[in-house]
Design a protein. Structure first.
Length: 240
């Protein structure tokens, strides 16, 4: 290390730099989570939309069944009317009774279909109520999601603005740090993520909590050279 480098002053700068880098790390972590939160909002809304669509499909199915029953009943009623007209043309008693029995059988079928239609009317009414309920739930959820998404986007903008500000400040600040010291710091930061410098806490590294040799602690306190933790490789410093 060149003689002119004041390690004590460089350490002070690194401590300040780490404060910025720690915040930058946290802000970037937050930024990564914003798309996840937005997707969660969209998924939640999609679930509510699925509930509404299921209710609508159930209603359509019931309406189709009702329409089919009504069509079937109309066809049978027309058949009854036709057979009743044919009764007046039959003169054979046996044929008359056979046709009358068929008419009675069809009327019995019509009666059953009428009961089915009445039941379907109740089911259709209930299904319509479910559709309205699901629509209301969807609209409430939609408004809530849109509001939450706006809040998330506003938070994301704040994070972006803060990141830009910190990144710019960091760029200016690092110009005052010795290149060799900065290079070592940034290499450690790249490997360790959030922190590259560790305060000595008693006999321990303040970051990895490993016990430090007395000689290392003394060297860090002297602030003549950069001292590195033998466990996590971070730059060690002792507070004045």
């Amino acid at each position: 290390m060149p003689e002119q480098i004041d390690i004590k002053e460089e350490i002070k700068k690194l401590v300040q730099l780490q404060e910025m880098d720690s915040e930058i790390f946290d802000l970037r972590s937050q930024k990564e989570y914003f798309p996840v939160r937005l997707k969660e909002m969209d998924d939640s809304l999609e679930d509510k939309k699925t509930g509404m669509e299921n209710a609508e499909n159930a209603l359509k199915s019931l309406q189709v069944s009702r329409s089919e029953k009504e069509t079937d009943m109309q066809a049978k009623e027309e058949k009854i009317a036709k057979h009743e007209g044919e009764l007046y043309q039959i003169k054979n008693n046996k044929e008359y009774q056979a046709l009358q029995q068929e008419i009675d059988s069809i009327k019995a079928d019509v009666s059953l279909i009428e009961e089915d239609i009445i039941m379907l009317l109740d089911e259709v009414e209930a299904a319509q109520a479910r559709v309205e309920e699901e629509k209301k739930k969807f609209e409430v959820e939609k408004q809530s999601v849109e509001s939450e998404k706006e809040t998330i986007k506003a938070e994301e903008k704040q994070v972006d603005d803060r990141l830009k500000d910190l990144t710019a400040r960091r760029g200016e600040f690092t110009k005052n740090i010795a290149p060799n010291v900065l290079s070592q710091y940034e290499k450690i930061l790249e490997n360790r993520g959030k922190t590259a410098i560790a305060r000595i806490d008693g006999e321990f590294c303040g970051e990895c909590n490993m016990t430090l040799r007395p000689q290392m602690i003394n060297e860090a306190q002297l602030k003549k050279n950069l001292v590195f933790c033998e466990s996590c490789s971070r730059i060690l410093y002792a507070e004045d």
